[in-house]
Each structure stands twice: as structure tokens, then as C-alpha cells.
Design a protein around this ligand. Structure first.
Ligand SMILES: [Zn+2]
Length: 388
């Protein structure tokens, strides 16, 4: 038995105008100062006001939001007593909104006790709207919120399907002005979500089609969005949609090995999530196929790549990913991402430890042993294929 969970999704040009129609009294917007400076908060408040909804704003979300931020945000929610929570921004703002909303609803439950099994009875006070402004994280439709705990030097991944938003608004206007580097870093994560969602323990019939469509869209539209983001409205809209589609994939299937390696390397080398995770993709695809757990034939055929058998298909797909990364200016190896050989050597044990503790490791169809993990990091360092 399984299920599929998704918010009600409004997408395309002018999607934001849907806010005019919602019913309620008070909305609490969770965002950051960059988003505010871009004028997006005012746009959202104007729409809410047209719907007769009063609003208040919390603008203090930082990248990798901390427990302290979440608590401060929840206190402000408590004072205002909203019936809508609006997460507006990139993954950090959306995650902070979800976590603070949880505390607002259930101040009696410790955040670390959140789990996918228990019922918490959220929505007694408010419902959640997510409005993504970067095309990438998928946090707008996912069941998880990643919150950092700087004192314990770790990240908490809070997950319950009750955290899936009620309404998601995917309006391409928000990502239209993103600079090329951010477009590439966040856009390539869409590919990682779709490819990993297609080949892990929880892959299923309901997400497979979403994976294929998102993969196709990234290959077609990410280079255009990076090259001419301000002028190519179609590419922006397609990438915004692809990001949310791939977000539905991670919510209803899961991540896999490239995310395990990427989370570990990202924490140690302080590299952006999308950039560092994607450079492991070609290597984990080769690894899975070498071990007989490849599932890349359909993807290779869809992309018109050579695919006589599963092994060739996996090689074709990994080569195509490297080519795409080169095209959008992303490093296809840890070396190209700026990591020195000495640092890699010094951190190799810690990298493997971090990967082994990650959800993506457990989700992979074949969990590499310690020796294989080291090999994966070494191949990803040099950008060379994993030998069969
Ligand atoms: Zn990701």
C-alpha cells in the first residue's frame, strides 16, 4: 500500500493572482530580506489585501535557518494568530515557514520528535501556502523541513506528510531575475531530484512519469534559462514547473545516493547544495548500473542517447549530465569545484561517515561498502567514470 500527496498547485503566468480568491482573516508571511528588497513581499501583501486578508511579515530567515530562527518566527506567529501561513522564497524560507508553522500549531511537541508516522493534527489554527521564488529546491511541495542546530553542529530533517502545503503558487515571475549562477545551481538540483527519484527503494508508478518529464524539461530548458534568463520567459516558466514536479517526486518517492554524497560533501566543503550534489550524479548512476541496479534505459531513449543495454544506457546518461553541467557552467568534479587533493585526502573518512548516515544512502538500491564509498568520492574528485 502506498499513497500520493500533493498540495493544490496553481502554476503559470499570473498564478499569483489566485491569492485574490482565498478566504481568511490574517496571513503570516515568512521570508528573508533579499526577497523583501526585490518587492515580492509587497506583491503578495497587495494580493492578500484584495482578498480582504490582513498580513504580517517575518523577514529574518537566513540561509540554512536555525532552530532559534524557527522559534522566534513561531513566537511572532503566536502573537498575531494567523489563519494562513505563507512561505515565500527559496528552500530556506519555505523550510523555516513549515517548521515555525508546526511550532505554532503544536508548541507542546519538540521539533526533533517530528516523524512521518505519528498524527500531529496540524491545521487546527492555520493552513499553509508556499510560493517558491527559485526554481530548484522542491520544498514548496515536500513533506520535509531542514533546520540547522548550530550548537550541536548538525542539521535536523523534520518530516511529516502533514507539512505538505495546502496551496502552492508557482509563478515564473519570481525566478525571472535570478542570476545565471543561481539559476544553474538550483536548476541542476531539479535533475538530481528527478533522476534519484526514478531509481531508489521507493520509486513507484505514480512518480516515474513525473521523473521523466522533469528530466526532459531540465535538459531542454536549463541551458536556455542560464543563458538568457531575463529574456526567455518560456525557459523560466518551464524550469519553475520542472522544479515543483521534481519536488513532488522527492515527496512521493525519495532521494538516493548522489544526495547522500552531496549532503556530506556540501557540509564539509561548504558548497551550494545543487552544485555539489549534481557532480556525484554521473558517478552514482554508473555505480548503480555496474552493480546491476541501473534503470536508465527509458531515460536514455527519451533523450535520444545510445542505449543498446542497461550499461550503455547508464554511460550515455552520465555523459549527457556532464555535458549539460559544462554547458551551464557547473563543475563536473570536486576538483573543478575547487577542492584540493590534500583536503580530499584529509576529509575522506568524514565524507564517508556523513554519507553513510544520510537518508539517501539507505534509500539507494545498493548501499556501497566503505571501500566503494571511498572509490565514489575519488572518482567524483577526478570526474572519471566508476569502473564496472
Ligand atoms: Zn536536492
Amino acid at each position: 500500500m502506498w499513497f500520493f500527496k500533493s498540495p493544490h498547485i496553481i502554476f503559470g503566468a499570473d498564478a499569483l493572482s489566485h491569492l485574490n480568491q482565498i478566504q481568511g482573516k490574517r496571513a503570516f508571511i515568512v521570508t528573508d530580506r533579499v526577497i523583501q528588497a526585490m518587492g515580492f513581499v509587497d506583491m503578495v501583501r497587495a494580493r492578500l489585501s484584495q482578498a480582504g486578508i490582513d498580513s504580517r511579515v517575518f523577514v529574518d530567515v537566513q540561509p540554512d535557518p536555525s532552530l532559534a530562527t524557527v522559534r522566534a518566527c513561531a513566537v511572532a506567529m503566536q502573537e498575531y494568530s494567523p489563519d494562513w501561513i505563507v512561505g515565500l522564497g527559496g528552500g530556506s524560507c519555505l523550510d523555516a515557514a513549515k517548521a515555525a508553522w508546526f511550532v505554532y500549531e503544536r508548541p507542546d511537541v519538540d521539533l526533533q520528535a517530528i516523524n512521518p508516522v505519528e498524527h500531529f493534527g496540524l491545521r487546527a489554527k492555520a493552513r499553509l501556502i508556499t510560493i517558491p521564488t527559485t526554481a530548484g529546491s522542491g520544498a514548496e511541495v515536500s513533506q520535509a523541513a531542514v533546520i540547522s542546530d548550530p550548537e550541536a553542529r548538525r542539521k535536523l530533517e523534520l518530516a511529516t506528510y502533514e507539512l505538505v502545503a495546502d496551496l502552492t503558487i508557482v509563478d515564473p515571475l519570481f525566478s525571472a531575475q535570478m542570476p545565471p549562477q543561481l539559476t544553474a545551481d538550483s536548476g541542476i538540483d531539479v535533475l538530481s531530484h528527478a533522476l534519484e527519484g526514478y531509481n531508489n527503494q521507493w520509486s513507484n508508478d505514480f512518480t516515474d512519469g513525473l521523473c521523466l518529464q522533469a528530466i526532459r524539461m531540465v535538459f531542454e530548458y536549463l541551458p536556455r534559462a542560464v543563458q538568457d534568463g531575463a529574456g526567455d520567459a518560456q525557459a523560466r516558466e518551464k524550469m519553475a514547473n520542472a522544479a515543483t514536479i521534481a519536488g513532488m517526486v522527492i515527496c512521493n518517492s525519495n532521494i538516493s545516493l548522489a544526495h547522500a554524497l552531496g549532503h556530506s560533501a556540501g557540509a564539509i566543503f561548504k558548497l551550494p547544495h545543487g552544485r555539489v550534489t549534481a557532480l556525484f550524479l554521473p558517478r552514482t548512476i554508473e555505480y548503480a548500473a555496474n552493480k546491476g541496479f541501473g534503470r536508465y534505459m527509458d531515460i536514455a531513449c527519451m533523450l535520444n542517447l545510445p542505449a543498446d543495454d542497461e550499461l550503455q544506457a547508464s554511460r550515455s546518461v552520465s555523459a549527457a549530465i556532464c555535458k549539460l553541467m559544462d554547458l551551464v557552467g557547473l563543475p563536473a568534479s570536486l576538483r573543478a569545484a575547487g577542492v584540493s587533493p590534500e583536503v580530499l585526502e584529509a576529509e575522506l573518512e568524514a565524507l564517508c561517515d556523513g554519507a553513510e548516515m544520510d537518508l539517501g544512502y539507505v534509500m539507494s538500491l545498493r548501499m556501497p561498502d566503505r571501500f566503494e564509498l571511498e572509490q565514489l568520492f575519488e572518482c567524483a574528485y577526478e570526474g572519471r567514470a566508476v569502473d564496472p
